[in-house]
Design a protein around this ligand. Structure first.
Ligand code: SF4
Length: 430
């Protein structure tokens, strides 16, 4: 069912009487299954919209939508397509019990792949889904390939019924769809010949495969299904060497790197991270590919606009993996502002010390890192660890954490956002 959550004031939808709670049934005679149908079918200018108003009245509006004018409705969130796999490395299997319910939803939804860049394995695609992807040109899709050899992929996804990804990609490619792919690398399963074969297969798709990210398996202390080897420095180096060989070939033949090791892989291998130019348009930054290079670039670009903060003492809370990369950035910030920055590397108390990402720190970690720190004037914490509702993964609210601490605390993505003249931290710091 497609139901309206909100109507934008002054929009076409409001004009014709659509209200929150209205069920959208069909457009130009085609039944609506979800937001994609609504989005694509209302792209026409002449529309016959069938709907059921909140009072139960059934109506069909015939309207002419002026070109470029949106209908002006926000829909209720769709029912998420669930994952049929049971990967040993699944992050959701590595969550502790007792967190909020939505965190345990294992989505595997090509619609969210197109709309939000969520990775999907495509293993639950039905014939109708292929037709929709091609008809609506849902491109690019973000695909969790993991391995192209079928047997290896069945093992990795822990699902003997998983379809052949190569056949699926061929069909979609022939329908005009492009892909950003990821491979979560599990040592002993897809880091050697399987990786080589997979890169060869994906390379042979030509420009249909836009990029490939290699991401090391990430485990928490709760990853109870995992029976594989852990990712160590040697494994990570070997994977990066292979990626760099392919990357060099891709740059020579296609003018872009094409296959990228994630930042975490470089950190695990103890190798320097490539510069921003290596990552082109940062197509997989949400997947942790080039995030550090992008941060360095944003800091460098924003230094000139920072105010002087001479003598201020600023704590910087971060995860243990980012900590070694921070000092040069903090030196630049000190030079530009005169403030003294203190790095506060913090272990993850919820997922355990093997989870080192700054964005997964929880409220209790921030509290522990900053309690009693009267000696600081303010502190910056990773903005990524707070969701849109202002809540950490351990259900602590940011406001409650902030109020429990002796100094002002500000979420920040890149220092500049908080410290620039219009940034949240500046009035307190100046
Ligand atoms: S595909 Fe694997 S990793 Fe992704 S949600 Fe499903 S079980 Fe988890």
């Amino acid at each position: 069912m497609v139901r309206v959550a909100r109507v934008i004031a002054g929009s076409i939808a409001e004009e014709i009487g659509i209200a929150p709670g209205t069920e959208l049934l069909s457009v130009n005679g085609r039944e609506l299954a979800d937001f994609l149908d609504w989005e694509f079918l209302t792209a026409d200018e002449e529309l016959a919209i069938e709907l059921r108003l909140p009072d139960g009245e059934h109506v069909i509006y015939e309207i002419e939508r002026p070109e470029g004018e949106a209908m002006g409705v926000e829909l209720e969130p769709p029912t998420i397509r669930r994952c049929a796999n049971r990967c040993e490395f699944c992050f959701i299997e590595g969550l502790p019990k007792g967190l909020r319910k939505p965190l345990y939803v294992r989505d595997d939804d090509y619609r969210l792949s197109f709309a939000y860049g969520n990775f999907a394995t495509l293993s639950n695609l039905k014939e109708r889904d292929f037709q929709r992807i091609i008809e609506y040109r849902l491109s690019p899709l973000y695909v969790s390939v993991h391995a192209t050899p079928w047997e290896a992929r069945k093992t990795l996804l822990n699902n003997p019924r998983v379809p052949n990804i190569l056949e699926q990609l061929v069909r979609l490619r022939d329908g005009g769809i492009q892909f950003h792919c990821q491979m979560v690398i599990v040592p002993g399963l897809n880091d050697g010949d399987v990786l080589e074969q997979s890169l060869t297969d994906l390379w042979n798709f030509g420009d249909a495969v836009l990029s490939v990210a290699l991401v090391p398996v990430g485990l928490t202390q709760f990853s109870h299904l995992y029976t594989g080897e852990s990712m160590d420095r040697t494994n990570a180096s070997r994977i990066l060497e292979r990626a760099e060989r392919w990357g060099a070939r891709a740059r020579a033949e296609r003018g872009e790197t094409w296959v990228y090791g994630s930042d975490e892989l470089y950190l695990l291998a103890g190798r320097p991270l490539p510069p921003a130019s290596f990552y082109g348009d940062f197509a997989q930054i949400e997947n942790g590919v080039g995030a550090v290079a992008s941060l360095r670039e944003r800091v460098a670009a924003g230094l000139a606009e920072l105010p002087r903060l001479d003598g201020r003492r600023i704590g910087v809370v971060t995860g243990t993996s980012m900590a070694p990369l921070m000092p040069p950035l903090l030196d630049e910030l000190t030079e530009a502002t005169g403030a003294r920055f203190e790095l506060i590397p913090t272990e993850n108390s919820l997922f355990g010390p093997t989870t080192t990402t700054a964005g997964l720190l929880v409220g209790a970690d921030i509290r522990r890192a900053l309690e009693g720190r009267h000696d600081l004037d303010l502190a910056l914490i990773p903005a990524e660890c707070i969701n849109d509702n202002g809540v950490f993964l351990d259900e602590e609210s940011f406001v409650a954490v902030r109020e429990s601490l002796p100094i002002p605390v500000f979420p920040s993505y890149d220092f500049i956002d908080a410290l620039a003249p219009e940034g949240a931290a500046t009035p307190h710091a100046a």
